[in-house]
Design a protein around this ligand. Structure first.
Ligand code: AMP
Length: 308
């Protein structure tokens, strides 16, 4: 792989209020959304511009969670109506999110018109949202040399053709293992990843919840376990935080994209996801430090070192 990354990363995805209950607590209404979790995680490595609509109910307090981490919010558009709302719960198996309600609200009519600065990004992440919207943003970011995409079962159910088209226009797909099987109709993970690469992308990351994540590329395979934690309170946003650590590191700190930098990026993705799940919503990542990230990366490195 040869793309030369630069220093600016645009993300489109949901900016949400989430209602979440897990066996360890609940929240009625907290800041969430795929683009929010992604940008907070990526903000430790690079300049992140977040694109998407919010409603009248979205206040300065929520905006400040992003701005306090240096996320550039110029392309967050305030429109009349209510912010995207997702309600979900988890049982003792925290690997599976059960959706109770999804209200697209302001996303229903959203037509993205990106600022010049956002369209000029050299990396782009199409976080989980309607695939048509992902494609509209992809079309506006012609300079992006590396584009990632995430999705979920809802869009495989109701917009599969459009999703496959969106996938054909990106470099890297991040998807959980149940979804990659559903998307491809292929029960074997290696074959399912190959089927996604046959659609266009040159890398596929299969996310496996607490068991970690696996990276498939034409020339190789790499996997990391989830960071072992004794306290997991809310897995919401783990996948987006993983993607933020992964793409943020590549954009901000990797000199080029090769097997070694992709592996380091997998490490940062794993670390950001692990911090995210320790508390509800954005609570933990909002006060995370780079030193804490590095300490956990080192711990992960030593616990996965196969040569000692
Ligand atoms: P994750 O746990 O990383 O898969 O993503 C959780 C986030 O995805 C939550 O904060 C939700 O607001 C958001 N979300 C849930 N359903 C959807 C959907 N259909 N489209 C976009 N975002 C969603």
């Amino acid at each position: 792989m040869d793309t030369i990354p630069g220093m600016s990363l645009t993300v489109v995805g949901s900016i949400a209020f989430d209602a979440v209950s897990t066996p360890f607590g609940e929240r009625d209404r907290m800041l969430g959304g795929s683009a929010v979790h992604f940008s907070l995680a990526a903000s430790f490595f690079t300049d992140v511009r977040v694109v998407g609509p919010v409603g009248d109910d979205f206040t300065q307090t929520e905006l400040e969670v992003l701005e306090n981490r240096g996320v550039i919010t110029d392309d967050i558009e305030r429109v009349p109506g209510e912010t995207f709302f997702w309600k979900g719960h988890y049982e003792f198996d925290l690997n599976t999110a059960h959706t109770d309600d999804t209200r697209l609200n302001v996303f229903g009519e959203f037509q993205p018109k990106l600022s010049e600065a956002s369209t000029a990004a050299d990396m782009l992440f199409l976080a989980n949202i309607q695939p048509d919207l992902q494609r509209q943003v992809r079309a506006q970011c012609g300079d992006a040399g590396f584009v990632g995409l995430d999705t979920m079962n809802l869009w495989i159910d109701i917009a599969k053709d459009s999703l496959i088209q969106a996938i054909s226009e990106v470099d890297c797909v991040l998807i959980n293992d149940a979804e990659i099987r559903q998307l491809t109709g292929e029960p074997n993970l290696a074959r399912a990843a190959a089927a996604v690469m046959a659609m266009g992308p040159r890398a596929v990351i299969a996310k496996q919840g607490e068991y970690g994540a696996a990276l498939f590329t034409p020339g190789g395979f790499f996997a990391l376990p989830g960071f072992p934690l004794e306290d997991v309170r809310d897995p919401t946003g783990a996948g987006d935080s993983f993607a933020g650590g992964f793409l943020g590191y590549i954009d901000g700190e990797a000199e080029e994209i090769n097997q070694q930098t992709l592996r380091t990026a997998m490490g940062y993705g794993t670390v950001l996801a692990s911090y995210n799940v320790e508390e509800f919503g954005t609570e933990r990542v909002s006060r995370l430090t780079r030193d804490e990230i590095e300490a956990r990366l080192e711990a992960l490195r030593s616990m996965t070192d196969f040569s000692v």
